[in-house]
Design a protein around this ligand. Structure first.
Ligand SMILES: Nc1ncnc2c1ncn2[C@@H]1O[C@H](COP(=O)(O)OP(=O)(O)O)[C@@H](O)[C@H]1O
Ligand SMILES: [Mg+2]
Length: 373
């Protein structure tokens, strides 16, 4: 076989942002919020939010309904004015800007929504080109740009279709293409996958991640679902009653959540105790030596997961079994999440607890069932 020197691969249509670019630009935040307050009557919707987002970063903002997420997004695009505090987008203070002075800043921001907000009287490509029409771009140019974007989101064949003829996932792809048409620096997503089924959600999140990598676009993604944050964000801020209660890398927050609200939001993304066991579960009674004890087990990081696995195989001889769960991956780090069943013997339970805790695992006694499981 002869070895040839190959020319560089054909450049993709949209040049990827290199890691070096991402890092060097990382110094100046695209978004900076300092102590932002917004009150509706007696409700403090935003109660002192400070936040900074770097160029090219995907920040997930998660919280329950009513936490203040949409108010935060509306403040970022100038639809809502804070009572106090600073909001800087690419260095421009927008909290006090006039409506007219806001326009050029708004053009730097693309938005996608839960219900897509497409115009049904217009074709797909006209919807995508609309922000460019508003910006005064000539028809041929804006339609050419719309077709490039439809290509990027995998919908080239739907350019002339009516949005009503599309599936939910396809509609959101059109929404994303439209949000990108004016080449924004920042993409804001407010529950953009909340109306979609899990598989479509995954494909939309993969598309957002792809766009983030290809275009170096900064993304703020608002959701009430931890799995959404985990699939696409680099960093997460947990918001509750208008305050950020916890913030960190996906790995930090998922592997060792600090706030109660974070733990509770994380429950949905953790394996659940199988119904066949949950239905029979009795509260843990100290000193009970009958039946089978059920414990939840969590371990994070390669070293801990490996040590826990070794321990579990040794404990098999004592009747300690994993009844549900397994190894998952968060930001390329392994985590173990599951449930153990073992003879409900206090001495054994505390030995298992000590052994696994020494290997970095977290255990919680959930109760016991009368029979073996
Ligand atoms: N325009 C408004 N008028 C009165 N109350 C509002 C308004 N917008 C939001 N709120 C209140 O502010 C709080 C935060 O709302 P919101 O930002 O929509 O939360 P989320 O998007 O996290 O569900 C809620 O208690 C909501 O009822
Ligand atoms: Mg909302």
């Amino acid at each position: 076989m002869t070895l040839h020197t190959h020319p560089p691969e054909t450049a993709p249509q949209i040049s990827p942002t290199t890691r070096a670019e991402k890092q060097s630009a990382g110094d100046a935040p695209v978004i900076e919020l300092v102590d932002v307050h917004r009150r509706f009557g007696t409700v403090p919707a935003l109660d002192g939010i400070s936040l900074s987002v770097r160029k090219g970063e995907v920040l997930g903002i998660i919280g329950r309904s009513g936490a203040g997420k949409s108010t935060l997004i509306r403040c970022l695009n100038g639809l809502e004015r804070p009572d106090s505090g600073a909001i800087r987008i690419e260095g421009t203070e927008i909290a006090t800007l006039s409506e007219q002075a806001l326009q050029p800043v708004r053009r730097r921001i693309g938005m996608i929504f839960q219900h897509f907000n497409l115009l049904s009287a217009k074709t797909v490509e006209e919807n995508v080109a609309l922000p460019l029409k508003i910006a005064g771009v000539a028809k041929a140019e804006r339609l050419a740009r719309a077709r490039d974007l439809l290509d990027l989101v995998g919908l080239s064949d739907k350019a002339r279709a009516n949005p009503a003829a599309l599936s939910g996932g396809q509609k959101q792809r059109v929404g994303i293409a439209r949000a990108l048409s004016a080449e924004p620096a920042l993409l804001l997503s407010d529950e953009a996958t909340s109306a979609l089924d899990p598989e479509t959600t995954r494909s939309i999140l993969a598309l957002l991640r792809d766009i983030n990598r290809k275009l170096g676009l900064t993304i703020i993604l608002i959701t009430h679902e931890m799995d959404v944050v985990r699939a696409v964000a680099d960093r997460v801020a947990v918001i509750d009653a208008g305050r950020i209660v916890e913030e960190g890398s996906i790995w930090q927050v998922f592997s060792s959540p600090q706030a109660q609200i974070t733990r509770s939001l994380l429950k949905s993304s953790r394996p659940q105790l199988p119904n066949s066991i949950a239905a029979r579960l009795l509260p843990a009674t100290t000193g009970s030596t009958a039946g089978t004890a059920i414990l939840s087990l969590d371990a994070a990081g390669a070293d801990s997961v490996k040590a826990v696995q070794a321990s579990l195989s040794a404990l098999l001889a004592d009747g300690v079994r994993v009844v549900h769960g397994g190894i998952d991956e968060i930001q390329s780090n392994p985590v173990f999440r599951g449930f153990l069943a073992l003879p409900s013997n206090p001495a054994l339970i505390s030995r298992v607890r000590d052994d696994l805790t020494a290997r970095g695992a977290q255990l919680e006694a959930l109760g016991h069932v009368a029979d073996p499981v």
